[in-house]
Design a protein around this ligand. Sequence first.
Ligand SMILES: C[S@@+](CC[C@H](N)C(=O)[O-])C[C@H]1O[C@@H](n2cnc3c(N)ncnc32)[C@H](O)[C@@H]1O
Length: 315
Amino acid sequence: MLQYIDIQNLANRATWDEGRYYQKHRQESMSSLRQAVHLVGRPEQFLVVGVGNANDLDLPELVGMAPKVWLADIDRASVERALARQGLRKRSQEGAPEAVRQDFQERLRVWIGDAGGSAQEIDDFLRAVSPLSSRQRMERRPVLAEALQRLAQRVGDYQPGADEASVPEPGLPGTGFDFVVSQCVLSQILWPVAQAVWETAGIPWQEGQAKLAGGSQDPLYPELAWALRSLTLGHLAWVERRLRPGGILVLNTDVSWQGVPLYGTDVAAALTNMPPSQGRKWAALQPNGQKEWEWQLDEATRALVRSYRLKKASL
Ligand SMILES: C[S@@+](CC[C@H](N)C(=O)[O-])C[C@H]1O[C@@H](n2cnc3c(N)ncnc32)[C@H](O)[C@@H]1O
């Protein structure tokens, strides 16, 4: 059984050489980042989560945007390769004049870890459902439903301790970022769970996703919807804790593939369903802060990407 991190690693390896498909997506993504810089004025530090191969990011430009720039991902190998490909490792380590080297070393920080994607909980879920394929199809759905409920509860119940926000994760400041960019991470968090459910239950992906988006109350659908919403809220809560009061989240996410909606990526809906205690921490979706563009993932797949901009409530 593949673990969450293996799934990300494989996906990054598969898309490493696909730069030709990323041009427009990269332009739009970088434009959303520049707008965040513009909105906060002169950022002291910001964080980009989901750097991966950086096919969709101009890393040298990004590193020039603030005195401290944090690049984060769960997959170390892809980030290291991307830094080398875009000349940052080279610039900071070899050949470059001392002043340039110093400058890049001081600005650039890399953090490898789970950015609120509940990777451990997803792995436990995948482990619980993987033996089901040896059972009769009719027996699978109740067990799946139960495993989804457990996942939703574990993700939803997680409450950081009162002092957690001030305790930095190893190497990563606990809070204080002027803005955070979540670069197409959300769909990656949701996908392994939905995919495991369709495969195990024997439901075609397209049919399942459409029914889910339509609010189906058939067995399994409410549980899956609950689990996916909890994962989305978990990621939002993680980002919210990293931001300073008044800080900005730019969340870029693919919301549909081939016109089929990816349930859970609708951040506006997730915010509406947010428990009041969590919801109060976000000031609002910023007016005019939402934008969409098409992204041709490969010859066969067309995605719609939406960029959300949220502001953390000021103290
Ligand atoms: C679709 S890719 C984004 C595209 C990437 N910027 C590129 O151009 O290659 C999503 C990235 O999010 C990372 N990721 C997925 N889940 C994560 C998590 N829970 N925490 C941190 N990074 C995660 C993946 O490893 C991957 O690099």
